[in-house]
Write a protein that binds this ligand. Structure first.
Ligand code: SF4
Length: 489
């Protein structure tokens, strides 16, 4: 779709809105495209009006949004942007006949709006109503956003300015899943990289621990993800976790999570090591319990192996267990997804995360053109999941969206009361800094409302291992962030 701007230069916001509302469209800027949108902004310091005229597949639509502007220059800029997005949404509603589940909300955190409203003193009911009436969010999604926002606010209460979460990444997997674009290496093909990688990671963990002690930071949640951390041997895992515990004071860390994503990497020996190191939460991620779907996504394990892994996990006695499912996988059907969820509900996990398939650049689904269920089928899967989980005493506690999701739906973490994964809420709602160790790690520095910076570790295990100076540079930025905060208070 050709985009034309008048009176503003909010290219990114409009492009993102276009791709979120009409996922098959890409922005263009040359004449000749039969589909177009002219997005105009008028007004001054105190009031603005946005008008979008759109033509889509021969149908015309116009959307308008106007409001008084209030607050700081930064706040007013956000309000203008919001009006442009709203006018674009209204024009697309008429021209393209769309009724997206999240209405005009296009960001990755649709519950952010609910947090703002609740913070302003609105009740949960009033917040849900505003999401439906002002942002055109469907009633079920408005409820989801409000419920997860309430949990965010509750967990935020318990965090101080020097509290952080710690992440360690193990970028190796047994095979590459068809939907994945993560820079994970097959452990069989990259076997020789694992030991040097671990040595570099342990060095990073040690220096990160020293830095946190000097800065007086408290680790409140630890998360080891990947990749698949349980591709490490029991001995390698023991060594890494020992280094972690020697390097950091974990006495205030209420949560210790390790992903055991692929059931074919789980063994009683590894679980014994995890338990001995105080792991409180483990995540076994079948994604589906259907063998045909597991084959289609290249997982190289069967549903029977998931049952075995869950039995071993139950025998090891972790306080909390998560299972991940994905709605919309290649070769899956609404009936298959229902069976998968119903089976997971019998396996003793107190956390079930229901993702919606997101199409990632470079994933085999796109490169090999794998067949995926249409958005209507994904909607049926999610329509089943919500009431089924509620009936089994699970409630939603965190929520996020990604680009190019089937049907523009969402990912939701569900859990039994008191089993919330703190790390997931902290990172999604940007409640505290996340210090990430390992290849591809993304460190977020959060210093109060509106103050956030990021640094990224090198992506690939080999370059991460060979260039420790990048880690030192990132840690220097992290330390300076906290020292500047001290100076500012
Ligand atoms: S297990 Fe996770 S990180 Fe590894 S290939 Fe599959 S989706 Fe990617």
């Amino acid at each position: 779709m050709r985009l034309i701007f008048e009176g503003h230069n909010e290219v990114y916001a409009v492009e993102q809105t276009l791709m979120s509302l009409l996922p098959d469209e890409r922005p263009t800027y040359e004449e000749g495209d039969a589909d177009w949108a002219k997005v105009c902004l008028t007004g001054g310091e105190d009031r603005a009006e946005a008008v979008t005229e759109m033509q889509y597949h021969g149908v015309r639509g116009t959307g308008r949004a106007a409001a008084d502007l209030t607050g700081s220059a930064y706040a007013r800029e956000g309000q203008r942007r919001r009006m442009l997005q709203m006018s674009f949404f209204k024009a697309a509603q008429t021209a393209a006949g769309i009724t997206p589940p999240w209405g005009s909300l296009t960001g990755v955190r649709p519950d952010k709006m609910a947090v703002v409203r609740l913070d302003a003193g609105l009740t949960a009911e009033e917040t849900e109503q505003i999401l439906q009436e002002e942002y055109f969010v469907t009633s079920r999604r408005a409820r989801l956003a409000t419920e997860t926002a309430l949990i965010t606010r509750q967990l935020r209460e318990d965090l101080g300015p020097r509290d952080i979460a710690l992440y360690c990444g193990i970028p190796f997997c047994p095979t590459r899943c068809a939907y994945c674009s993560f820079v994970s290496h097959s452990v069989e093909r990259s076997f020789s990289l694992v030991e040097p990688y671990l040595a570099a990671l342990e060095a990073e963990v040690r220096s990160a621990g020293r830095m946190c002690r000097e800065l007086g930071l408290r680790v409140r949640a630890f998360y080891m993800g990947g990749g698949t951390p349980t591709t490490l041997t029991a001995e390698q895992m023991d060594r890494l976790l020992s280094t972690l515990e020697q390097s950091f004071d974990l006495s205030a860390c209420g949560e210790y999570t390790v992903e055991a994503g692929r059931p074919d990497t789980v063994t009683p020996e590894k679980l014994t090591v995890l338990k001995a190191h105080g792991t409180t939460r483990i995540s076994v991620n079948p994604q589906t319990m259907e063998d045909t779907v597991l084959r289609a996504i290249g997982r190289r394990h069967t549903a029977a192996q998931i049952f075995t892994a869950m039995e071993q996990v139950a025998a090891a006695g972790f306080a909390h267990v998560n299972m991940d499912l994905i709605a919309g996988l290649p070769e899956d059907t609404p009936a298959g997804f229902r069976r998968s969820l119903d089976t997971c509900l019998t396996l003793g996990a107190d956390n079930i995360t229901v993702h919606t398939l997101s199409l990632k650049k470079g994933s085999r689904i796109l490169t090999d053109g794998l067949h995926i269920p249409p958005a209507e089928a994904v909607a049926q899967m999610l329509d089943y999941a919500d009431p089924a989980l509620r009936a089994a005493d699970y409630a939603p506690y965190y929520l996020y969206r990604q680009k190019y999701m089937s049907g523009s739906f969402e990912n939701v973490g569900w859990c039994r009361p008191g089993a919330e994964n703190l790390y997931n809420v902290y990172i999604m709602s940007e409640l505290c800094s996340i210090l990430s160790c390992g290849a591809g790690g993304s460190t977020k520095m959060v210093g109060g409302p509106g103050r956030m910076e990021r640094v990224f570790n090198l992506k690939y295990p080999k370059e991460y291992t060979e260039r420790p100076e990048k880690i030192a540079a990132n840690q220097a930025i992290f330390a300076a962030f906290y020292r500047n905060m001290e100076g500012a208070t």
